[in-house]
Design a protein around this ligand. Structure first.
Ligand code: 5GP
Length: 341
């Protein structure tokens, strides 16, 4: 047994240092990013922010709203081809999801053949398993033209392995940091997200691969911090929960409207999709009720407004410039919470 003593940081542990610069308005910031994926040999242009592939937020209604704004929707893996009937999909703004079970394979093959997507996300809670790497390799062999995304992992050696021997174009980073995740409590395993992103982006960019910072965003400023740490994309579930476009019906409690939001390994999700919790596993997610926030376009405006504003404080004209302009300071308090309660 050994103990690593160096401090690992989360979004809440740092602020950007503001810097003098020549930008005069938030309108000077261009949030569109152009990326090239070396294995798929494809380009992409858009705002690199996406929903989680959770059934509460990775919905078709979410896609309809977010694609208009240039953001991506990562569909949950339980959609079938009939769900997409009569829906016009722009391959630049959605991602299909799959798992590593045999049932996932057949459904995914059918969806790929019919929809001809640009992106496919192979998603498992624990990206360190050999079966995951083998599945990634098989998808890369079978679909050389797809932009393959996979995860989750949080350490550089696995990023290098999944890129160099798996052929992933984008690797998803995050372990136990989600708002409805209980993995850290159930297993004692985790990795503070800001450090995970700093270390994994360094490894990924060295081998020509990209990363998604997945989960743990509580405020728009955390998205800016993820980009500052080197993320190429940021994924969030909780930010997109509780909207008109999120799944589920509105529920009223004491005159306030709510929508449910739950982890994909929660008892709620497992009972919904599999009808049981297998005896060898326990729930690693929870369910919560999120106050109804209306249409997602208002949230998108707040997210993008926050990001633009961050850019003008540090002198970044594009998202690509954020890490170049970023100096993070470690802090021990985020906000003045005098009136928060
Ligand atoms: P959030 O944006 O709510 O903080 O985090 C969303 C992320 O949490 C998802 O993209 C996914 O990586 C992760 N996640 C979703 N459901 C579960 C779950 O049930 N358990 C765990 N450990 N993580 C989850």
């Amino acid at each position: 047994m050994r103990i690593e003593e160096d401090i690992k940081l989360d979004f809440k542990d740092v602020f950007f240092r503001p810097k003098r610069n020549d930008m005069s308005s938030r309108a000077d910031v261009d949030l569109n990013r152009k990326l090239y994926f070396k294995y798929a040999k494809k380009e992409w242009d858009g705002i690199p922010i996406m929903t989680s592939n959770m059934d509460s937020v990775g919905t078709i209604d979410m896609y309809k709203s977010l694609s208009k704004k240039g953001l991506l929707t990562c569909f949950h893996k339980f959609y079938t081809i009939t769900d997409f009937k009569d829906i016009e999909l722009d391959p630049n703004y959605y991602i299909l999801s799959t798992g590593i079970r045999d049932v996932d394979k057949e459904r995914t093959r059918e969806l790929i053949n019919e929809l001809k997507p640009k992106f496919l996300c192979i998603d498992v809670a624990n990206g360190y398993s050999h079966k995951f790497l083998e599945t990634v390799r098989k998808y890369r062999e079978e679909y050389p033209e797809l932009v393959l995304i996979g995860g989750n992992v949080v350490s550089r050696e696995m990023v290098e392995e999944l890129s160099l021997s798996g052929g992933l174009d984008i690797i998803k980073i995050g372990l136990g940091n989600g708002s409805v995740c209980t993995t850290r409590l159930q297993t004692g395993v985790g990795y503070p997200q800001l450090s995970a992103v700093i270390e994994c982006s360094d490894a990924a960019h060295g081998v020509g691969t990209h990363i998604i910072s997945d989960g743990g965003v509580q405020h728009p400023g955390d998205i800016a911090k993820a980009f500052g740490a080197g993320a190429d994309f940021v994924m969030s579930g909780s930010l997109f929960a509780g909207h008109t476009e999120s799944a589920g019906t509105l529920e009223e409690k004491d005159g306030v409207m709510y929508k449910s939001y739950y982890g994909m390994s929660s008892t709620t999700a497992m009972m919904k999709h599999y009808g049981k919790i297998e005896t060898h596993r326990s729930s690693e997610g929870k369910k919560t009720m999120v106050k109804y926030k209306g249409d997602v376009e208002h949230t998108v405006q707040s997210i993008l407004g926050g990001l633009r504003s961050c850019c003008t404080y540090i002198g970044a004209k594009t998202i690509k410039d954020i890490p170049k302009c970023a100096t993070f300071m470690r802090v021990n308090r985020q906000v003045n919470d005098l009136f928060n309660n």
